[in-house]
Ligand binder design. Structure first.
Ligand SMILES: O=C(O)CC1=CCC(=O)O1
Length: 74
């Protein structure tokens, strides 16, 4: 658990793991990663100490053109 936390917090400091939320009433989380590729995300996830025991669902996200916080919008 300590290794999991240290690894997660290091990735947050690096700007790769940009959101980490607890799902209320569950030992689960919703996380948002900012990565350059599927391969990078897989490397991050598979290096989690608890990866072998996790059920992971990945939903790729793109910038929404109406999001006022994103400068990439057109
Ligand atoms: O508590 C969890 O949901 C699992 C976890 C991910 C990063 C961390 O520190 O714990």
């Amino acid at each position: 658990m300590r290794q999991e936390r240290d690894y997660a917090q290091q990735l947050q400091r690096e700007g790769k793991w940009i959101h980490l939320w607890r799902i209320v009433g569950e030992y689960s989380n919703y996380s948002v990663f900012d990565v350059d590729s599927n391969d990078e995300l897989h490397a991050i996830l598979s290096n989690l100490p608890l990866f072998t025991y996790m059920e992971v669902h990945v939903t790729p996200l793109a910038v929404h053109p109406s999001d006022i916080h994103q400068s990439a919008s057109t």
